[in-house]
Write a protein that binds this ligand. Structure first.
Ligand code: NDP
Length: 246
């Protein structure tokens, strides 16, 4: 029996990057997995098809994290279709870099809507369905822990908010046997932050290991948190960052 047999997971932003790796790993470990996406319909469908090919139930749903009604609706749709929800992975996020003088109201609203309001609303909607053994894992960032360089004020603000959400919710949901944790990735090779991009060597220089991580590094830690062996880990910030913030 696989570790997550019978569990249902919702991974936001599961069409590519870290979210895709997490979705496939949770399915490999036995879970049925729903992924949300914004624009990458074909890629999200391909992820769902891979999950189905593994013998699990996979489902790709377009749900703009910036739209509160879409967030609510997708959680309800998962609960209705699968009859339960066990694992929420708040992964969908947008990046932003730039000096504060050049950061406009539209940037601020967009980043806070997707990176802060949406994880809050996903958690709120999920809590209605999570039961004993339930899991909420949110993707923060090493930039919430260490400002190694300037230009990250908006992004770091959004990711630091996930620490407060995680710690407070862990207290609130602990008595129900539900754990809540935040993972702070370091530079991870995705389309958001390619390991061969112009800023890659610069970022690698701030890590202890001298290089980028892979999406599967984040997925492995989430798999541990999601399984039975993660039962005593809650309210925790877990760095998977190659030593970036250490
Ligand atoms: P990618 O840009 O590669 O993937 C982002 C994913 O989020 C896609 O599936 C995308 O969907 C989805 N998404 C973005 N906006 C929305 C939205 N409004 N509604 C629904 N889905 C949305 O990013 P990464 O995989 O690199 O990052 C994943 C998470 O990890 C983010 O929260 C990011 O901030 C965080 N992170 C990443 C690091 C890195 O170095 N890569 C480091 C630290 C944290 P679609 O394909 O449809 O656009």
């Amino acid at each position: 029996i696989a570790a997550l047999d019978g569990k249902v997971a919702l991974v936001t932003g599961g069409s590519r990057g870290i979210g895709e790796a997490v979705a496939l790993r949770l399915a490999e470990d036995g879970a049925d997995v729903v992924v949300t996406y914004l624009g990458s319909a074909e890629r999200a469908e391909a992820v769902a098809a891979k999950i189905t090919a593994m013998g699990r139930r996979g489902w790709a749903v377009r749900a703009d994290s910036a739209d509160p009604e879409a967030v609510r609706a997708v959680v309800e749709a998962v609960a209705e279709r699968f009859g339960r929800l066990d694992i929420l992975v708040n992964n969908a996020g947008v990046g932003h870099m730039g000096p504060i003088e050049e950061t406009g109201l539209a940037d601020i609203d967009r980043v806070l809507e997707v990176n802060v309001r949406a994880p809050y609303l996903f958690a709120k909607a999920a809590v209605a369905h999570l039961t004993e053994g339930g899991r909420i894992v949110t993707i923060g960032s090493c930039m919430a822990k260490r400002a190694a360089f300037g230009g990250g004020s908006l992004y770091a603000t959004s990711k630091a908010a996930m620490i407060g959400l995680t710690k407070s919710l862990a207290r609130e949901l602990g008595p129900r046997g539900i754990t809540v944790n935040v993972i702070h990735p370091g530079p991870i090779d995705t389309e958001l932050n390619p390991a061969d991009g112009p800023g890659a060597d610069f970022q690698s220089g701030f890590t202890a290991v001298g290089g980028f991580g892979r999406p599967s590094d984040i997925a492995a830690t989430i798999a541990h948190l999601a399984g039975a062996e993660g039962r005593y880990i809650t309210g925790a910030e877990i760095a998977v960052d190659g030593g970036f913030a250490g």
